[in-house]
Write a protein that binds this ligand. Structure first.
Ligand code: OAA
Ligand code: MG
Length: 229
């Protein structure tokens, strides 16, 4: 692994990232052709937050949070810290002290493919975190890694400066060049879903709205009156 700290990577445009935060992960994931989702193993540590920000990426050795300390200095307002490890680990690499340092720098949250701790404090501070685990197990500060290199979480590549969108449904990454397009697509999908919601509120069935009823026979689905042989 290259032990490198990349400074000042290009970041997704801030206004587009802020627009992105108006839309949920499920909506943007669908609107972008089901791309970029980090998968169900990256979970919100506390519910009720939705953030979008630009990624500062960290590649750490498992059980070692040295490079998170290095990365804090690279963070700017509007960033999200994204931490991957070189092999799987659930150790609690991050807690309220790191969150305090990141909040001071205007960082919007943390996404980490490892463990976090001090979760009651993180909750009280209002610092949103998505992680693979919660663990009191502490870590060392010993092994070089990298900051602002491309990382992979849940099979999804995340480059420094890409947009990260996270809410109660999980986390997704949008390439920094594609954020404005993703916002446009998300708006269109929300308009379509608003029309569907209004129809469902009046009792229309998905079977009819989506043209499914006519397709059921072709799929071999038949209706049988209860008790009929
Ligand atoms: O200091 C650590 O190793 C992680 C932690 O608990 C904190 O950030 O509060
Ligand atoms: Mg702590």
């Amino acid at each position: 692994m290259r032990t490198v700290v990349v400074t000042n990577p290009p970041r997704a445009e801030a206004a587009a990232v802020d627009e992105l935060a108006k839309h949920g992960v499920a909506t943007v994931h669908e609107a972008t052709g089901r791309t970029g989702y980090l998968g169900p193993s990256i979970r919100p540590v506390h519910l009720g937050s939705r953030i979008a920000g630009t990624a500062v990426t960290v590649l750490s050795w498992p059980g070692d949070n040295l490079m998170i300390h290095v990365a804090v200095e690279q963070c700017r307002p509007g960033d999200v810290l994204v931490v991957a490890t070189t092999s799987p680990s659930t150790d609690g690499m991050f807690g309220e002290l790191f969150a305090t340092a990141l909040q001071y720098r205007g960082v919007r949250g943390l996404v980490i493919d490892a463990g976090v701790r001090d979760v009651a404090d993180l909750h009280a501070m209002g610092f949103p975190v998505w992680s693979a685990a919660v663990s009191a197990q502490g870590t060392v500060k010993a092994t070089p890694g990298a900051v602002n290199v491309p990382v992979t979480i849940g099979g999804q590549p995340i480059r420094p400066g890409d947009a990260v969108l996270a809410d109660d449904d999980g986390v997704m990454c949008i390439p920094r060049e594609s954020v404005a397009d993703a916002v446009t697509a998300a708006r269109a999908r929300e308009e379509k879903e608003a029309a569907t919601r209004a129809a469902f509120q009046k009792g229309e069935l998905g079977l009819d709205r989506y043209g499914l009823r006519d397709r059921l026979p072709g799929m071999g689905i038949e209706y049988v009156e209860y008790g009929a042989s």
